[in-house]
Design a protein. Structure first.
Length: 147
């Protein structure tokens, strides 16, 4: 038997007369009446709650810092999520980071000596046990101006 969850759900455990209760695929010996139940749980959703931007000055120029905060459907931080993003404006390129225990991932752009705007855009989120719900995003991009 294979437990196949609907979209938005995940297999948790079998209960009843099964050979392996933790595996989504298990065997049932049909040598008598048996009761078997596949238990599923709805995955939590996650979204971008905030992107805080700042300018960082150092030798060789200035850069932008983006702190991306993720929350789940209950408003709790989402640790261990993979956040993908892209820099545009004065600097370009992609970045990938992982949220810490407080649900925040920190990104630093390349340095520049020019004046103007740097924008960070979240391009994707993923985390075990969560579904990314972009409709709940508070924001997906933010900018900072280097003067």
């Amino acid at each position: 038997m294979v437990a196949t969850p609907d979209s938005g759900y995940e297999f948790v455990i079998w209960t009843g007369d099964v050979a392996n209760f933790k595996s989504a695929s298990t065997t049932v010996a049909m040598n008598a009446d048996k009761s078997v139940y596949a238990n599923f749980a709805q995955k939590k959703t996650m979204y971008v709650a905030d992107i805080a931007m700042s300018v960082v000055s150092s030798s060789g120029g200035k850069s932008a810092k983006a702190v991306v905060a993720l929350r789940d459907s209950f408003g709790n931080p989402v640790p261990g999520a993979i956040v993908k993003g892209a820099w545009t404006g004065l600097v370009t390129g992609g970045s990938t980071g992982t949220t810490a225990a407080g649900g925040k991932a920190i990104f630093n752009s390349n340095k520049t000596k020019k004046k103007g705007t740097i924008t960070f855009t979240v391009t994707g989120l993923s985390a075990a046990g969560y579904i990314y719900d972009p409709a709940r995003n508070v924001e997906t991009r933010d900018s900072v101006t280097i003067r």
